[in-house]
Design a protein around this ligand. Structure first.
Ligand code: HEM
Length: 146
C-alpha cells in the first residue's frame, strides 16, 4: 500500500507540472490578447487545481505512513528526515495555497481579462515553490525521477 501511494505521489508530480505550465501559458496568452475571462471555460486551470489537490491528499496520507517522516530530538540533524518532515510539506502547502487562491481570485474579476493575469501570476508563484520543494534525485534525498 505504501509503495503504491509513494509511486502515485511521485509520478503525479509530472502531471501537475505539465498542467500548471500549460495553464500558465494559456492564461498568459489570453491576458495578452485581452480575451474576456469566462470562469467556466478555464478547464486547464481547473484540472491543474484538482490534480494538485489530489497530490496534497496523497501527500497527507504519506506523511503519516512514510518512514522518512519523523519527529524528535535528532529530526533536524538528518537532512532527509528534515526535508520530508518540514521543508517538503511547508513548501508544497504554500504552493497549493497559492494555486487555490489564484483560481478563486481569478473568478472574481470576470469578465475582465485581468482574471488571466491573476491566474498566470499565482500559478507561476506556485510553480516556483513546487519546483523548489520537489525532492529531485540530484538533491540526494533518496527519491527518484518517477
Ligand atoms: C502538492 C505537491 C506535491 C508534489 C509535487 C510532491 C512531490 C513529491 C515527490 C516527487 C516525492 C518523492 C517520491 C519518491 O520518488 O520517493 C514526494 C515524497 C513525499 N511527499 Fe510529496 N509532494 C507534494 C505534496 C506533499 C504534501 C502536501 C505532503 C505532506 C502533507 C507530502 C508528503 C510527502 C512525503 C511524506 C514523501 C516521502 C514519501 C516516501 O518516500 O516515503 N507531499 N513528494
Amino acid at each position: 500500500m505504501y509503495v503504491i501511494l509513494r509511486q502515485a505521489h511521485s509520478g503525479l508530480r509530472w502531471v501537475i507540472l505539465l498542467l500548471i505550465v500549460a495553464a500558465i501559458v494559456q492564461a498568459w496568452n489570453k491576458w495578452q490578447k485581452k480575451s474576456p475571462f469566462e470562469p467556466k471555460k478555464q478547464r486547464l486551470a481547473l484540472f491543474a487545481l484538482i490534480v494538485t489537490h489530489l497530490q496534497l491528499l496523497l501527500g497527507v496520507i504519506l506523511y503519516f505512513v512514510s518512514p522518512k517522516v519523523a519527529f524528535g530530538a535528532n529530526m533536524m540533524k538528518d537532512p532527509v528526515t528534515r526535508f520530508f518532515s518540514v521543508e517538503h510539506v511547508t513548501l508544497m502547502a504554500l504552493a497549493v495555497a497559492l494555486i487555490t487562491m489564484g483560481y478563486s481570485r481569478s473568478k472574481r474579476s470576470a469578465p475582465d481579462a485581468k482574471g488571466f493575469k491573476i491566474l498566470a501570476l499565482f500559478y507561476l508563484a506556485g510553480l516556483v515553490l513546487l519546483l523548489a520543494g520537489i525532492p529531485w534525485p540530484f538533491r540526494n534525498l533518496g527519491a527518484g525521477w518517477f
